[in-house]
Design a protein around this ligand. Sequence first.
Ligand code: ATP
Ligand code: MG
Length: 181
Amino acid sequence: MSCISPDIKSELGLVQVYTGNGKGKTTAALGLAFRAAGRGLEILMIQFLKPPANYGEHISAEKVPNFTILPLGLDHMLSKVPRDIDIKIARETLQRAKEEIYSGKYDLVILDEINVAMDWKLLSPDEVIGMLKGRPKNIEIVLTGRGAPNEIVEYADLVTEMVPVKHPFDKGTGAREGIEY
Ligand code: ATP
Ligand code: MG
């Protein structure tokens, strides 16, 4: 793709956070990826806590050459009491995120559900912030998930909180293909 303007990358390098209990955090990040892809930016989404299941976004990303999604979670629902294996996988995923970010190959890196991993004490905010501080210049970062810790909110440049007002789940409607996954 050659629609990239010369100074587009020089304006990148902020940290964005999408948090809160309302729906729309992961899909907001996917919307940003869709916009950035049109500008020819290289985008990576690493998904913490999500298995390589058949999400609609995985199918779509295969059709976009400059957008890669890596779902690196375990194939099970994490309970509120994390096991050693949950901590181990979260740490490995953070290490992978560091390698990919520090490789300089990507302009926009989305760490999907990493806020949840910190909220559940699988990762500490300090180690995540430490990793982000040492990254190469001009890489925009997005951190999604409920329960972003205060340290992350303070460190970020942009924070949006999704507030639930209504959700069809409350009336018994389950997750719908193409809408929730
Ligand atoms: P989405 O992926 O649709 O943007 P999200 O990233 O904001 O949602 P998560 O906190 O990751 O939401 O929750 C995972 C699942 O729970 C998603 O399928 C999402 O649609 C659904 N969900 C989000 N908010 C609510 C809510 N307030 N009540 C019930 N289900 C919700
Ligand atoms: Mg989400």
